[in-house]
Design a binder for this molecule. Structure first.
Ligand SMILES: CCCCCCCCCCCC/C=C/CC(=O)SCCNC(=O)CCNC(=O)[C@H](O)C(C)(C)COP(=O)(O)OP(=O)(O)OC[C@H]1O[C@@H](n2cnc3c(N)ncnc32)[C@H](O)[C@@H]1OP(=O)(O)O
Length: 305
């Protein structure tokens, strides 16, 4: 399936893309009708790993990641997120999406490290295409996207939040946010670095990226990585209030302004998408990088209990 941003999607999604989206209303498991779930505010639609709660009256859908235990961005979750976003975007009932987690204490643990270790170049190619696709779709979305960050938000989790228009973080000292790639022995690709710079500025990004800083809520607010820090039970309501503020602006003017602000950053990736994939694949296939990732994953597994 060729998506708006030009990427061809994994074979299993290609065969029956909508088969990934199942109607979850009343626990039924039927193919969702094409075109979206608007019109009835109580209707749920979504997929195994992405729950979508549309509210047609307000034009806002709440999209919840549910890939337990930590919402790591597996190929399946990336694919389902892209398809869910596309589905909401194509339904003109909706003007905004709130992205949040259905898993306790974690927004997203970032890229699924098991997708980056011990696989073959064809897999890494498919995986990185899906990462690029999700970023492009969120970063350039015509919808208002608000991140309601209700848990830890490292690396790829932070990347999703950064692609949103606004970020609300729960005030829990364990809910760190940032790009910690260097601590895993890997580097942040240029387009994600650019997104960081666009959000918190050059000097703060240079420092945070080199150190792999993960910021607790108060520091994240101070550096400008999030827009609001609120008590945990107010994250969603605050995100909805923020959404109302953004939706008060006429869509066409807001969308043109968003494009004006973001196009150069996105174009930089679009111009060299294949080269970026090749760089990623050759980088991730290096023995030294594979060893670093294995050690990091092993440490994560042993940390338990
Ligand atoms: C010449 C140069 C060219 C350069 C070209 C470009 C190169 C590009 C380079 C590539 C860039 C790639 C960008 C990467 C961004 C990423 O997202 S990498 C992922 C980084 N993520 C993290 O570091 C987070 C790790 N996880 C945690 O810190 C914690 O799990 C948590 C704070 C999120 C939650 O903590 P807790 O609730 O205590 O759960 P845990 O017990 O830690 O974990 C439960 C379970 O989940 C497994 N797990 C955790 N994170 C991941 C993950 N990201 N992927 C896969 N699995 C994960 C963890 O191991 C536990 O598993 P078990 O139950 O033990 O099996």
């Amino acid at each position: 399936m060729a998506l708006a941003s030009g990427v061809r999607f994994p074979a299993r999604a290609l065969l029956r893309p909508w088969s990934l989206l199942r109607d979850t209303t009343l626990g039924r498991s039927e193919p969702a009708a094409g075109g979206g779930g608007g019109g009835d505010g109580a209707r749920l639609f979504g997929s195994q790993r992405v729950l979508v709660e549309p509210d047609a009256a307000s034009g806002v859908a709440v999209m919840k990641f549910r890939n337990p235990p930590v919402n790591s961005l597996s190929l399946e979750l990336l694919t389902e997120l892209v398809i869910s976003l596309e589905k909401v975007e194509n339904d003109k009932t909706f003007r905004g999406v709130i992205l949040t987690s259905a898993c306790p204490r974690v927004f997203s643990a970032g890229l699924d490290l098991t997708e980056l270790c011990g696989r073959n170049p064809a897999h890494y190619t498919e995986y990185w295409k899906a990462v690029q696709e999700l970023w492009l779709r969120t970063y350039l979305s015509s919808l208002v996207l608000v991140a309601a960050i209700n848990g830890a938000c490292p690396a790829g989790g932070c990347i999703i939040a950064l692609a949103c228009d606004c970020r609300v973080l729960a005030d829990n000292p364990k809910y760190h946010i940032g790009l910690n790639e260097t601590l895993l022995g890997i580097t942040t690709p240029f387009w994600l670095k650019d997104t960081y710079v666009n959000t918190i500025g050059h000097r703060a990004s240079e420092q945070a990226l080199q150190l792999g800083s993960l910021f607790p809520p108060s520091e994240a607010l101070q550096v400008g990585l999030v827009d609001q820090v609120v008590p945990e039970d107010q994250v969603l309501s605050t995100a909805l209030s923020e959404m109302a503020r953004w939706l008060a602006v006429p869509d066409h003017a807001r969308q043109l302004t968003k494009t004006m602000m973001r196009k150069a950053t996105a174009d930089r990736l679009l111009r060299q998408r294949d080269a970026d994939i090749q760089n990623f694949v050759s980088f991730i296939c290096r023995d030294s990088i594979q060893k670093s990732l294995q050690v990091y994953l092993e440490k994560l597994r042993q940390r338990k209990g």
